[in-house]
Each structure stands twice: as structure tokens, then as C-alpha cells.
Design a protein around this ligand. Sequence first.
Ligand code: UDP
Length: 328
Amino acid sequence: MAVLVTGGAGYIGSHTVLWLKQAGEEVIVYDNLQKGHREAVLGDVFYRGDLHDEDQLDEIFSKHSIDAVIHFAANSLVGESVQDPLAYYENNVVGSYLLVRKMVERGVENIVFSSTAATYGEPLKVPIEEEDPTIPTNPYGETKLAIERMLKWADQAYGLKSVCLRYFNAAGADPEGQIGEDHTPETHLIPIVLQCALGQRESVSVFGEDYPTADGTCIRDYIHVMDLAQAHYLALEKLRATRVSGIYNLGNGTGFSVQEVIETCRRVTGEAIPAVVAPRRAGDPAVLIASSDKAMRELGWKPQYPDLETIVTHAWNWHKSRPQGYGK
Ligand code: UDP
């Protein structure tokens, strides 16, 4: 049986494909390459296409014996979602609806869904647990939550089983250095800081120094992308074995401030990396830290690279070896 991975050419998708391949799974990747990179997809079958292309989805489900879908394909930038919410409803909600409808039609009953900590919004307490209130503060989180809820009802009505994985801050790269992170434009903290270390940017802007944290900068829970990949595989195995749906946080349970991340990058790269204070970025909660106890308990998940220095080292190895990213 094969696994269909939508968005498998993206950052977390491509690392999950790598993990699945190493675990001996047959993997079919479907990606429109709007943001993803063909070169990031290692091995097996690749289709370029969009979730809105129902004929192509039909063809894929007809051609291959697919028993499960891992669904990454989505737009995922908070700021962009605030500026163009309808695009996020179209691509994320409508795209997922079309995929899920096709799965139900075709009798494919397992889906692992790429969700996000943005479903919680401003947390009332940390570490955040799965039962905590979900009050998204931007359309990105709102669309992901809408899809989670659609999956819940689809389970009840049609027996479609789902695992929704709420990631905190994905970072790092394949430790072997074959693939890594490459976004255009880049908005994430660690790659931006490493671009400074490479001399591609003059400085990093620190978005806000007046948060109620020890050094005044935002605190986030950084999780290695290969640890996320591992979790997707475990979720898939659990769905196949137990046919029980669930929602899980994925983070290390440790928070690092923006300043601490920059200092870690300075240590790893040996570069000065100038930082300048800038205004707060709209919609940024002060502190986001996950409790991942449930994933550890129920999925048997154990992050292999919990240490920030290791995460940054793997990211740095990738950026040094491919300073212009993929295909450039
Ligand atoms: N950040 C920053 N400067 C940047 C990019 C990000 O200070 O150039 C901060 C951002 O405000 C947040 C943290 O770094 O507090 C992580 O941001 P990122 O965009 O990497 O991930 P997010 O938390 O938005 O998922």
C-alpha cells in the first residue's frame, strides 16, 4: 500500500518523505511547486498538481493503491493570511475539503494532517496542552482549525480516521545534509539569522524587545524537522494499527527567546551576526511552548534532536552547503 503525501516538496513535507522512504514506505508525492522544490523530493513517484485539480487527484487514486494520506499542502504564512484571508480559505479549507471528499469517495480512511500551534492563538498558560482553548488570532490558524474540525465530523460520519499534528516552530535540516529549508521570501527566524552569518543580509531584526519575558523578546519552542518527520510516521502507523483519531502537539517543551536563538547561531557559526531591535510583529504571542506528553505517551514519539545547538548546527550545515537553496 502507498502513502500519498500532498505538499511533499515543501520543507516539512520533504523531510517526512525522506523519513518514510527510509522506513520502506511506498510514497506518492503531490505538490503544485508554488513554494515547494522538485529537488527536495527524494525518490518514488512525483505528480505536479493542485488539490483543486479533481481529475488529477482521481487519476492518482485510481493508479495507486493508497491507504493513507499525509496532508501538508497549504499556505502557511501568518502575515500573508491576514492580508489575503480568502486565499487561505481557498487553498487551505477548500483544497482540504476537495481532498477529503475524494478520500471518502475512494474509501481511503486514514489521514495525517499538518496542523499548527497557531490554532491556539494567545495561550492562557504554557506549556500548552491539546485540550486548551483554540482561539486563533489569524486566518492561517483559523483555516487549520476549520480543517481539524471538518476531519472530526468526517470521522463521525464516514469513519475517516485522522491524526492532526500541531507543530510548534519547525527548524533544522536533514542531518545528512541532502535537503533543508528554502523559502522565498524567507520569514523564519533561524534561516534569516543564518543568512546574516553567510553575509547575505546585513542584520537580523528582533521583532519587539518589550515582551513580558526575561530578556523582553518572544519565546518559542523549536523542534527539529526530522523529529516532526518521525512523528508523522508514528501517526501513520498508529492510524493503520488502531484506527483511532487524535490531536497532538509537537514541540520540545523548552522555550528559547529570539535573543537566545541569535546567540546560539553566533556560537555555532562563529560569526558576529548584528541584531537590531524592530517593532513587534502583529499577532506574535509572547510565549509559545508545547506540552508534547500526549504524543510521547500515545504515539511513542521521542525527539532525537531536542538540543537547540544541534538544530542550528544541522540548519547551518545545509545553508553553508547550499547558500542559494535549491535549484539555483
Ligand atoms: N522573529 C524576529 N525576527 C525575524 C523573524 C522572526 O524577531 O526576522 C521572531 C518572531 O517575532 C517570533 C520568533 O522570531 O517571535 C519566531 O518567528 P518565526 O517567523 O521563525 O516563527 P513563528 O513563531 O512565526 O511560527
